[in-house]
Write a protein that binds this ligand. Structure first.
Ligand SMILES: Cc1cc2nc3c(=O)[nH]c(=O)nc-3n(C[C@H](O)[C@H](O)[C@H](O)COP(=O)(O)O)c2cc1C
Length: 508
């Protein structure tokens, strides 16, 4: 990474740049392309855009950077350096003011940095670029000229200087934006946009197929909006809410992010009908239903233009989802936190079962807390992942801090599936769990278990932090979570790990 140092140098470069390329000439080539792009929804939605046209066409570079910066997008461009073609990222195009110092101590956009650190250098067959006369592609001066170029875009007004990053070599052109964390790829012709073909991203209009599951007492608007803002899909968990409170969370989530988010409505909630009326009235982008029959609400939600996913623990129920016309299905294995399927099918078995039962966009859940877990789920046929435990232990989760602290110290085997006669629930082994275990061993009936459980125990444990008598729901993979991070970092970290896991996988 290099920076422009000194305003004198910058001014000189800007002046030279302006002399070199007249405004009319500058506009001549790329503006029509930009106009076409502007109309495309993929482009409007995109945050990071890779322009796959060749340099040293400074005209194109100049217009591209100017245009995208004005829309708050991060720009990636191929540039020639010696014998190599690199993809470079540019961001933060308006944070510096003329006359100030131009050194940027840290990348201006942590998100961008995380996104692209793992990106590959691309060697492009057949792209015409001028290796010898490349005005933009030579040594250290390259950066200066490039920054000056960007600065020149703002015609002397407040402008920003971008930060550059380097990448490594790969031997093929990335056709899938998903492979490179791109929302869209624009080719030299300017007409071809590669869509993100991941179906889960497509259905929900998101960038990464990473979903934070609805979780009683954990997933309010703070968590949901943080996940959505980072490019995943954050769900507000309505299971612990009355309709009025849900409405409030929806409106706060909307104020916090303009990205799509969703609401999880467990159909066993005593307020299920009113909660559904609320989400329909509010026209939330997505609803994830769970713990009930997918046929109950799917058509009404879809009539209201809401995307619907349903959580299942068996392929039999996945088939019902397909009949009900849901947009996506979540296959949640028995490792998961919260309520589980009676059949205790683990994610490793459930995902391929559901994959072969239905052709719906498939989201895997249960036991996934990392990018390698995500890669494993994808290998089994999933197209997205829903994480509960990992996000319950994020900074934005509304769970009690004492609960979070307890969780990050737990070891393998510290959670058990209990209450099988009622609704199988994965719990931390605490005093309350000990009582349930003893009652179950003594053959307690449903009624006896219900009276032992009482009401409001999940709230007492997860939200209020009664670690001894509360019902402490968390997933088996809690033993793999060792720190509490911001939810956005979790989303980005998972994508980075996913990429590394796939790239590092041994091919036999
Ligand atoms: C504390 C907690 C509460 C949960 N509450 C709900 C809920 O209200 N509705 C629901 O559909 N799933 C609920 N879940 C399940 C999650 O949405 C998610 O599918 C599951 O946690 C994924 O497995 P994992 O915990 O291994 O990541 C809950 C999970 C946890 C950990």
């Amino acid at each position: 990474m290099e920076y422009i140092s000194g305003k004198k140098e910058l001014r000189r470069l800007v002046a030279a740049r302006k002399k070199q390329v007249e405004p009319a000439e500058r506009r001549s080539r790329s503006v029509p392309v930009m106009q076409r792009l502007m109309a495309l929804p993929e482009f409007k939605r995109a945050r990071n855009v890779l322009f796959y046209w060749s340099l040293p066409d400074e005209v194109t570079t100049h217009e591209t950077v100017q245009y995208c910066a004005s829309l708050g997008k991060n720009v990636f461009l191929p540039v020639v350096e010696g014998e190599r073609l690199l993809i470079r990222g540019f961001s933060g195009m308006d944070s510096l003011v003329p006359g100030e110092s131009y050194s940027i101590p840290e990348p201006v956009d942590g998100a961008l940095q995380a996104d692209i650190l793992d990106m590959d250098l691309v060697v492009v067959p057949g792209v015409a670029f001028d290796r010898n006369g490349g005005r933009m592609g030579r040594g250290k001066g390259y950066y200066d000229r490039l920054f000056a170029d960007a600065a020149g875009c703002f015609g002397g007004g407040p402008y920003k200087v971008g930060v550059c990053f380097d990448f490594q070599i790969v031997d093929s052109v990335p056709r899938e934006p998903h492979d490179m964390l791109m929302d869209a790829v624009v080719f030299e012709s300017g007409t071809e946009i590669i869509r993100n073909e991941n179906r889960v991203c497509g259905v929900f209009g998101i960038r990464y197929p990473v979903i934070s599951g609805g979780m009683v007492w954990c997933s309010g608007w703070r968590l949901a909006s943080a996940v959505s803002a980072a490019g995943g899909l954050g769900l507000i968990g309505a299971g612990s809410m009355k309709p009025g409170l849900l409405k409030e969370h929806i409106s706060k989530c909307r104020a916090a992010t303009d990205r799509p988010f969703g609401v999880n409505v467990p159909l066993m909630s005593p307020y299920a009908t009113e909660l559904m009326e609320t989400v329909i009235e509010e026209r939330v982008p997505a609803v994830f239903t769970s713990a009930g029959n997918p046929k109950l609400w799917t058509s009404r939600l879809k009539e209201a233009g809401i995307k619907v996913a349903h959580v299942v623990s068996s392929s039999r129920f996945a088939a019902k989802c397909a009949e009900a016309g849901v947009d996506a299905v979540v296959a949640e294995g028995f490792e998961a936190g919260g309520h589980n399927g009676k059949e205790e099918t683990a994610t490793m078995v459930l995902v391929p079962e559901v994959r072969s039962a239905v052709d719906l966009p498939l989201i895997a859940a249960g036991g996934i807390v990392s990018g390698s877990g995500m890669a494993a789920a994808f290998a089994l046929g999933a197209e997205g992942v829903q994480l509960g435990t990992r996000f319950a232990l994020s900074l934005e989760s509304s769970a009690a801090d004492s609960f979070k602290q307890l969780c990050i110290g737990l070891k393998e085997g510290d959670t058990m599936l209990a209450l099988k006669k009622l609704s199988p629930t994965r719990l931390i082994r605490n005093d309350f769990y000990g009582k349930i275990e003893a009652a179950e061993a003594a053959g307690a009936s449903r009624e006896e278990l219900q009276s032992l459980l009482g009401r409001g125990r999940a709230r007492m444990g997860i939200f209020e932090g009664d670690l001894s008598e509360g019902e402490l729901e968390i997933g088996q993979a809690v033993s793999l979570v060792r720190s509490l991070l911001p939810a956005g970092d979790i989303v980005r970290g998972i994508m980075e790990e996913y990429r590394k896991a796939v790239a590092g996988m041994q091919v036999l």
